[in-house]
Design a protein around this ligand. Structure first.
Ligand code: NIG
Ligand code: FE
Length: 416
């Protein structure tokens, strides 16, 4: 089945050329086609151009295609969310109130709440319950124009529950329209029973968990919460290096609460991305630029924790490629709204509207090694496409906090 979308006011193709995340340059180059059109078949893009061009060159194909008139609306690649903790049990609305009354995120976590609370609820949930709770969130992602989602384990912190989370994600990858990219994050917190014996738990991750995860092919990436009172840079490095030997690419939750050398470590171990970075040092930012580490910034998390956002503007100006993400999780960012995250990237990190769109598409795809298949609209790539009920990408970023999604095609199939 072929589909032909015509009369697109702005077709933001975000074609690879010029947006290469490794260089981190030209993040604002959206490669806009006015009065654009796109033709796709069996989930793959056949052609992108102006309506006139395609009508001329693909007349025969268009004859047999389903024709959609965009009536001047904006069309972009499906959004990519490169950092979520989407497969979790329960919820933590009580902690939200506690934080509003003055308790800090880390106070709550150190008292056995926070990540530990979700760990207990995730351990208690059956595989089916976890599957059902996660599917709802994925449906909601799709409604917000997101077609690819990275998902982390890390609410088990024992092998059995880590495997349960990863298996649920694998099943969802097979059954849900969204493409789900799995990350192992056994080092998400130190389980309360290992407090004061962190090194022992690091050994368990390295010796008992990572080999099984790698053997079963349940994750592509290996992530660590490198933070004061969680994992030190040395412990994080051990875990990430051990994962590398098993073929898992490093990612790091870095410099979120305090400046802790996380950005520097990301450069040292050759992480594909470093996440959060609210407190990243200037040296760390420079090291990331030189090593080609993508900064995965989470402005909704900063807002939700009432913290100052990461220095996105400064990072781009320093030559770092920036991606953005919801960080969808039950504690610090219970949202699936990538459109809101794009708005916040502009408002609180001073990205331009064009940069925010690149950060949520092509650069986000680079942060999870999916740049060859998604993140831009080009011949041969997946037909993951969003039509927005606005006329321009500027309007999309300007009309704040609203879901402007009109239609979503995932693998060429209309899902919204
Ligand atoms: O990315 N910072 C650590 N992990 C998550 C939060 C997880 C939670 O609070 O449940 C984050 O913000
Ligand atoms: Fe996170």
């Amino acid at each position: 089945m072929k589909t032909f979308i015509k009369h697109i006011g702005q077709l933001a193709t975000i074609a690879n050329e010029g947006t290469g995340a490794k260089k981190g340059q030209a993040m604002s180059d959206l490669n806009i086609i006015e009065d654009g059109a796109i033709l796709f078949r069996s989930g793959v893009i056949l052609a992108v151009g102006t309506t006139e061009q395609l009508k001329e060159e693909y007349a025969a194909d268009i004859q047999e295609a389903m024709v959609v008139n965009a009536h001047g609306r904006l069309v972009t690649p499906g959004l990519v969310d490169p950092h979520t903790h989407v497969a979790y049990g329960g919820s933590r609305e009580k902690e939200f109130e506690m934080r509003l009354q003055g308790k800090s995120y880390m106070d709550i976590m150190n008292a056995g709440g926070g990540i530990h609370a979700t760990m207990r609820m995730t351990r208690e949930a059956s595989e089916d319950e976890l599957f059902d709770q996660t599917i709802k969130r994925l449906d909601s992602f799709l409604k917000h124009g997101v077609t690819t989602v990275e998902g982390k384990s890390g609410y088990g912190m024992d092998l059995e529950t880590e495997l349960k989370q990863l298996r649920v994600m694998k099943k969802l990858q097979q059954s849900h329209a969204i493409d789900l990219v799995p990350t192992f994050m056994g080092a998400h917190a130190v389980p309360t029973e290992y407090k004061g014996r962190e090194g022992e738990f690091v050994d368990i991750i390295i010796q008992e968990m990572l080999p099984v995860i790698a053997e079963e092919g349940l994750a592509e990436f290996n992530d660590v919460f490198c933070e004061k009172d969680v994992y030190t840079p040395e412990q994080s490095e051990r875990i990430l290096e051990a994962g590398k030997k098993l073929g898992l690419t490093p990612k790091i939750h870095a410099d979120e609460i305090v400046s802790y050398g996380g950005a520097e470590l990301a450069a040292k171990v050759g992480a594909i991305s470093a996440e959060h970075l609210l407190k990243a040092s200037d040296e760390g930012i420079q090291a990331m630029a030189e090593a080609g580490v993508i900064a995965c910034l989470l402005p909704a998390t900063a807002l939700y924790l009432r913290e100052e956002a990461a220095q996105g503007r400064k990072m781009i100006d320093a030559g770092v490629a920036v991606a953005i993400s919801t960080d969808c999780n039950p504690g610090s960012s219970p949202t699936v709204s990538m459109p809101l995250v794009m708005n916040l990237a502009c408002i609180s990190m001073r990205l331009t509207p064009a940069e925010a769109l690149t950060a949520a598409t092509y650069n986000a795809a680079c942060a999870i090694n999916r740049q060859d298949t998604v993140g831009s609209l080009e011949k041969g790539k997946k037909a993951d496409i969003v039509m927005w009920d606005v006329k321009s990408y500027q309007e999309l970023q300007y009309l704040f906090g609203v879901n402007h999604v009109q239609s979503v095609w995932k693998n060429g199939k209309k899902v919204i």
